[in-house]
Design a protein around this ligand. Structure first.
Ligand code: 3HC
Length: 692
């Protein structure tokens, strides 16, 4: 017997405590432990009923994701759960914390289920590109209504304990610690007040029309994602005898396990967690009890909202009283939206707003522990503010800048305490977007970095460490690959074809639609700023400038590349098409056609090239940090796992060959990064670098 299960027998109740920290993942040792425990307790005449509970913070987070893609070590989870269901003595599960994936499937294979307050249950397998492969698609529809089972399995959403009781997924709520609740549940089974039955014995006839409708809906909505569609197919077998249904489920599960989505989605899951392992993570963070935000624009308001949501008091500083009031109203509006959507109570909103002070004058930041400057993107303005903060803020205060491009070393140099200065680059809307680029300047102290990490964790952000360069990880790479979309349009591709090809590839929106949404004037201002330093040999597409010159900035002006008479459906702006044609003519370009594949290949190759340089120059710690930036800040298709995870699928040799062929047209833009060339020669992959 291994110590991953804690066994005890009390008053005829055989207890199995799952004990595999931190989240009782069902790895090989725990699976074997469970089989042994069930056998031992069935053989023990003193035991009349078996109760399973979780030690630590969760019942179980499911199969051990780290075992995926490796040779399977027996016993297989479905066999463990079959043994559990077949147990001659009744087995009751007590669920606390989270019961997810295989963890919930374990509870489904028990003969009764009790939940503790705060428990969350779910089958999130589809979010990892697979389907519940240990009976979830067969047992859940036997216990709850078919449409609810389809919803839970195809969305992967977490169900709160009270809803689970309503649905019939849990038999009742319990109380006390998980172990105490297990003893109570066991006693209730013994005295007959908690009925038990084998889920597999329940006979259902899934309504074929409901299955067909779910299938049609998923194919229409996300045709590229195989997992939810196959999960519905598996649920369709739930009318067969359990053993038969389990066989069908297993076959579909294995198909998905070998598919590409699983690899990409699990890489995304890992990238989110590994990104926060900064070298400075072991340092003790400075205490953060009070925070300040400078600037009440979109970014400042979003950052203040995020900090309030994290439970921190915020002093927001603006230039004039009416602007401070407007900023406060904008924060309140963010919360009102959440209250309206039922995501927040009115009391919680009032409590959060009670922690916000919107005022004028940097002096009010004298006693904050962390300040985030979020003013206009101008070095002179920023250095002026940091010089003043240096005079005003207490010693040890962390001085953060939300700059998205500018040199954090230069900002730090405006103070006498550069060790306290750090870049904290949020993404808009800052209270919703998960990414936070933590920009570590030359002199930033390690405990300041650790403070930023702790703050990110409090705000539930994905923190990624970036070195200093123009645009840091994300915007630097964006500035590069965005140009190739313009070049393709200049050379003959229709902008709506570029958008559509990239949307079919998996981006939520193509680059021209994104520009219209964000406001074309932002990019225009940046291009004007950079014009004096643009290398003479760089190709330049003036199309977006011409469109902006008309005052067409996108959605906010009703037109840009597209027309927005009907806000739901963009329509090509014929006058934008005329501008494109006129510019091609002016440059003497004979337009050529592009296939969708070529559009995606050029766009992705450009993105990967600059990403490789960012890794090569050690701006990013590892390739997976670049992946995390694009997954959590730029809407990169999650099932592809990020640009550098996707790059490994293409292979460095193919990428180098592509760049060399494109370079024949434009040798300045298309240059092979040294790292990619080395990878093509040695066979090293980005995945290998993630492990180094
Ligand atoms: N397998 C292996 N490790 C896991 C794991 C799992 N299923 N779930 C979580 N972990 C690890 C995390 O990687 C992390 O490791 P680290 O400390 O080394 O970074 C640690 O446990 C703690 O996790 P979090 O940092 O995510 O902690 P949170 O408290 O924020 O979240 C959670 C806990 C809600 C359980 C979250 O980790 C989660 O969603 N886990 C994945 C759950 C899941 O998808 N389960 C389905 C697995 S597939 C399956 O069961 C197949 C079956 O049908 C056959």
């Amino acid at each position: 017997m291994t110590d991953v299960t804690q066994l005890a027998v009390e008053n005829g109740i055989g207890l199995i405590g799952l004990n595999n920290p931190p989240v009782n993942a069902l790895g090989a040792a725990l699976r074997q432990g469970l089989v042994d425990a069930i056998a031992a307790l069935n053989a023990d005449p003193a035991v009349k009923v078996i109760a399973i509970y979780g030690e630590g913070r969760a019942f179980s987070a499911g199969a051990d994701i780290r075992e995926f893609g490796k040779p399977l070590v027996p016993p297989r989870l479905p066999d463990v759960l079959d043994a559990m269901e077949a147990s001659a003595k009744p087995v009751v599960a007590v669920v606390h914390g989270t019961a997810l994936g295989g963890g919930l499937e374990l509870a489904l294979a028990c003969h009764a289920r009790v939940g503790l307050p705060g428990a969350r249950l779910g089958l999130p397998e589809v979010t990892l590109g697979i389907l519940p492969g240990a009976g979830g698609t067969q047992r859940l529809p036997r216990l709850i209504a078919l449409d609810k089972a389809i919803d839970i399995i195809t969305t992967g959403r977490f169900v709160a304990a009270d809803e689970a009781v309503e649905l019939g997924l849990l038999d009742r709520m319990g109380e006390g610690s998980p172990r105490e609740a297990a003893l109570i549940a066991g006693a209730q089974v013994l005295d007959g007040s908690l009925p038990t039955r084998r889920t597999g014995d329940i006979v259902i006839t899934p309504d074929a029309a409901v299955i067909a409708a779910a299938d049609a809906r998923l194919r229409a909505k996300r045709p590229a994602l195989a997992a939810p569609i196959k999960a519905v197919e598996a649920i369709g077998h739930a009318g067969a005898p359990l053993a038969e249904g389990l066989k069908a489920e297993r076959a579909l599960f294995l198909e998905l396990m070998d598919g590409p989505d699983r690899q990409g989605l699990i890489h995304a899951f890992d990238a989110e967690r590994v990104a926060k392992t900064f070298p400075e993570a072991k340092e003790t963070p400075r205490p953060v009890n009070k925070t300040g935000v400078i600037g009440g624009g979109t970014m400042g308001v979003g950052i203040a909202t995020a900090m309030l949501q994290a439970g921190l008091p915020v002093t927001l500083v603006e230039m004039a009283p009416e602007r401070a009031e407007a900023a406060k109203a904008a924060v309140a509006k963010n919360f009102d939206g959440a209250v309206k959507r039922g995501k927040m109570t009115a009391e919680a909103r009032d409590e959060m707003l009670g922690r916000l002070t919107a005022t004028v004058g940097l002096e009010s930041l004298a006693d904050v522990d962390v300040v985030v400057e979020a003013v206009f993107e101008d070095m002179a303005v920023k250095t002026d503010i940091f010089g003043k903060l240096d005079q005003i803020c207490k010693p040890g205060a962390v001085l953060g800048s939300n700059t998205s491009y500018l040199d954090v070393n230069a900002i730090a140099a405006a103070t006498s305490r550069p060790q306290d200065v750090i870049g904290l680059h949020f993404f808009s809307p800052a209270h919703l977007m998960r990414l936070l680029e933590v920009v570590v300047a030359e002199k930033t102290a390690p405990d300041v970095v650790a403070t930023a990490l702790a703050l990110a964790a409090k705000m539930k952000k994905v923190a990624v460490r970036s070195g200093v360069c123009d645009g840091f990880i994300g915007n630097r790479i964006l500035a590069h690959y965005r140009k190739v979309a313009d070049y393709m349009v200049l050379d003959g591709a229709a902008f709506e074809q570029v958008d559509r090809a990239l949307e079919e590839f998996g981006f939520a929106m193509g680059p021209f639609a994104v520009g219209d949404l964000a406001g074309q004037d932002i990019g225009w201002a940046t291009r004007k700023r950079k014009a004096p330093t643009r290398p003479a040999e760089e190709r330049y597409s003036p199309i977006s400038d011409r469109i902006c010159e008309q005052g067409w900035f996108g959605r906010k002006t009703g037109r840009g590349y597209y027309l927005y008479d009907d806000p739901k459906h963009r329509k090509v702006n014929p006058e934008a098409v005329a501008i494109v044609e006129a510019e091609r003519k002016a440059e003497g370009i004979t337009p050529r056609t592009f296939t969708d594949e070529e559009i995606v290949a050029r766009y992705m190759t450009a993105m990967i090239s600059e990403a490789a340089r960012v890794v090569e120059e050690k701006i990013a710690l590892r390739p997976l940090d670049v992946d995390a930036v694009f997954l959590f800040g730029y809407g990169f298709p999650r099932h592809l796992g990020g640009p550098l995870n996707y790059a490994d699928r293409i292979g460095a040799k193919v990428l180098v060959a592509r760049i060399e062929s494109y370079a024949k047209e434009d040798p300045h833009y298309w240059q092979v990064p040294a790292l990619l060339r080395e990878m093509a020669a040695t066979g090293r992959s980005f995945a290998d670098m993630n492990k180094e």
